[in-house]
Design a protein around this ligand. Structure first.
Ligand code: ZN
Length: 202
């Protein structure tokens, strides 16, 4: 039997995507994965698009104030300038990056890096969002996380927006959104917002 015992395999990279609606815990899941890598003494770096200025500029802050330092960038292609010696790359709010992001992630994975991408899979109209659909197709591992629909208690995969605006990106207005299941999302403004005042940090 022929075994390539002397061949040194190149370290394999891959792409993971964590997606779902708003309030589904995408960022928490991304940060959890990066923390596990950190405990294992792996070098990691976290990026997010410069458009997301809702909270801090230099760190990702999830809704539960679970924060981690990150680099904010305008162009996804600039990620490649920061990843020398890095084994694990996290990208948060990836739906706001440009359409070069899938190619960038592909290049990183081919270079042997683990790429963990988190983002909204659908916008407030239920349409596939930015580069996320391509990344879902290209990824080795996909995790869809869900919020809970406050109207019926079913799993929520949509982000419903109450605010009257045509902007796809409406940042700094979390109170204008709520997670909804498919059916309640389809009912639109026939359903009134459910207050979240008992929850902290949302
Ligand atoms: Zn519902």
């Amino acid at each position: 039997m022929f075994l390539e015992s002397n061949v040194k395999l190149q370290p394999a990279g891959w792409i993971e995507v964590v997606c779902g609606s708003m309030f589904s815990g995408k960022t928490e899941e991304l940060l959890r994965r990066l923390r596990r890598a950190w405990y294992a003494r792996q070098h990691y770096i976290l990026f997010k698009p410069e458009k997301d200025k809702r909270y801090a500029v230099k760190e990702v802050v999830s809704h539960d104030e679970n924060a981690m330092e990150c680099v904010t960038l305008i162009k996804s292609g600039d990620i490649l300038k920061y990843v020398g010696g890095v084994e694990v790359i996290g990208i948060d709010e990836a739906q706001f990056f440009d359409m070069d992001l899938p190619d960038v992630c592909q290049e990183l994975a081919v270079a042997g890096k683990r790429v963990v991408v988190a983002g909204l899979d659908m916008d407030f109209l239920g349409r596939p969002f930015g580069p996320i659909p391509d990344l879902l197709a290209m990824a080795e591992y996909v995790t869809k996380v869900h919020a809970i629909c406050p109207h019926c208690g079913n799993l929520a995969s949509h982000s419903y927006r109450f605010a009257d605006s045509d902007e796809t990106i409406l940042l700094g207005a979390l109170e204008a959104y709520e997670p909804r299941c498919r059916k309640c999302f389809s009912l639109g403004n026939k359903l009134k917002p459910v207050g979240r005042k008992k929850l902290k940090n949302t």
